[in-house]
Design a protein. Structure first.
Length: 332
């Protein structure tokens, strides 16, 4: 059993992206099978493997491919499910790829088709389809554009775990066979299905020739780089998680401080309202007492004038009381 593994990002890019006829032929076969369209000529725009990925957010080991009609395909092997949401990540890749076209002096009708095609070694979508194509659509599957040729942004996903590896070769289609090879090529001729495919399938023969060009030392280097890449990716993810946790803690502290201030303000307002209520009660009490004192003084004055011999009508003329009210005061 050999160490070759096409789920390795570096190996995948080497086998399909190297600047040579054999790799280009293998790439055209891959694109023909999974895009389900005839591919006669392609050019890899980024055949060089990234050398320094230590500080990159998402180390780009994808293949940027351009067809004769200038359709651009961003092809990637995604081995593991990262914590950085994959569907959102690849929709970002698609938007960035589509928006990278030079439109200076051109009409938007001249925009070329762009496709992001990703091989996943995890199942993401809740259906039985190995391949899914996502486009811009309205709710209820209403297309965003009238004609298919105007639909120029596509996300093509290939979920490899959905392949039934126990299915016989006779019952497998071309996509299933190629995925089976990706998943088991490290077994080489020791795998009976791989052996039959290598002996009888021209496409698999082409892939096998590319795999065999990689020496054991080269595979060792590829594996080391692959490990470093994903260790760095995990480190960056942990760093981002830590930064996000710190941000959330900071937000929580800010919210807690704002809640404390609001509570203090509410207490302060409540205390001021209590004081205002107390002041109003005191004013009412003082007004009531003043009224009582005034009434007492009036009563004493009426009694004195009556004792001094003044008549009821004379007393009424001195104060704002009628004769009946004066009589009540005198009798009290």
């Amino acid at each position: 059993m050999r160490s070759a593994n096409l789920l390795n990002d570096f190996a995948f890019k080497y086998v399909f992206g190297e600047d040579c006829k054999e790799a280009n032929d293998a790439l055209k076969s891959l694109l023909t099978v999974f895009l389900e369209r005839k591919v006669n000529h392609v050019v890899v725009k980024n055949s060089e493997i990234v050398k320094d990925y230590s500080k990159m957010k998402s180390p780009r080991l994808d293949l940027l491919v351009e067809f004769d009609d200038q359709t651009t395909v961003d092809l990637e092997m995604q081995l593991r499910q990262t914590k950085d949401n994959l569907p959102i990540r690849f929709s970002y890749y698609l938007a960035r790829l589509h928006g990278s076209q030079d439109m200076e002096g051109k009409s938007y009708g001249q925009l070329k088709e762009t496709i992001v095609m990703i091989f996943f070694n995890v199942s993401i979508f809740e259906n039985d389809n190995i391949c899914n194509t996502f486009r811009l659509k309205c709710d209820g599957d209403l297309p965003f554009v009238k004609e298919e040729k105007e639909d120029r942004m596509k996300l093509r996903t290939i979920e490899m775990p959905k392949v039934d590896l126990n299915k016989s070769l006779e019952d497998m289609n071309e996509q299933e066979k190629m995925i089976y090879y990706f998943l088991n090529c490290h077994k080489g001729m020791e795998d009976s299905k791989i052996k039959v495919m290598i002996e009888n399938d021209e496409v698999i023969q082409m892939l096998e020739k590319r795999v065999e060009t990689i020496s054991d030392d080269r595979w060792k280097k590829i594996i080391e780089d692959f490990q470093k890449l994903h260790e760095n990716e995990e480190r960056i993810e942990l760093q981002l998680e830590l930064e996000e946790a710190q941000r959330q803690m900071k937000e929580a502290r800010k919210e807690k401080e704002e809640a404390r201030k609001e509570k203090e303000e509410a207490y302060k307002e409540k205390e001021e309202a209590r004081k205002e209520k107390e002041e109003a009660r005191k004013e009412i009490e003082e007004a009531r007492k003043t009224k009582q004192d005034a009434n007492k003084q009036l009563e004493e004055m009426v009694h004195k004038m009556y004792e001094d011999g003044l008549g009821l009508e004379q007393i009424s003329a001195y104060c704002s009381l009628n004769v009946d009210e004066i009589e009540v005061l005198i009798k009290s």
